[in-house]
Design a protein around this ligand. Structure first.
Ligand SMILES: [Zn+2]
Length: 92
């Protein structure tokens, strides 16, 4: 499967989320120090109330999308450290 990174492109990210509701999303923040695993429909990464910056968008923090935890863990290992946390809201 393919890992897709979205940065400063909310429209593409939202389209991926709609089309891959059984996938997984990493929310990458603080310059790769925090890598949180979510499901695509989690309100924390899909509703505007939870955006980090209301004027920017979801993908100010890079979103890394894939279909399995394994491939996202590999991505995290290559690019930052490891998946820091699994979201307590959507429980991926
Ligand atoms: Zn979540």
């Amino acid at each position: 499967m393919q890992i897709i990174e979205f940065k400063d492109d909310d429209a593409a990210y939202m389209e991926w989320s709609r089309n891959h509701q059984d996938g997984l999303v990493l929310n990458v923040s603080n310059n790769f120090k925090e890598i949180m695993l979510h499901k695509p429909l989690c309100s924390h990464i899909s509703t505007y109330d939870h955006r980090i910056d209301k004027d920017v968008g979801f993908t100010k923090n890079m979103k890394v999308c894939g279909m399995t935890v394994d491939e996202l863990e590999n991505w995290a290992g290559r690019n930052g450290d490891a998946i820091s946390n699994r979201c307590k809201n959507c429980k991926p």
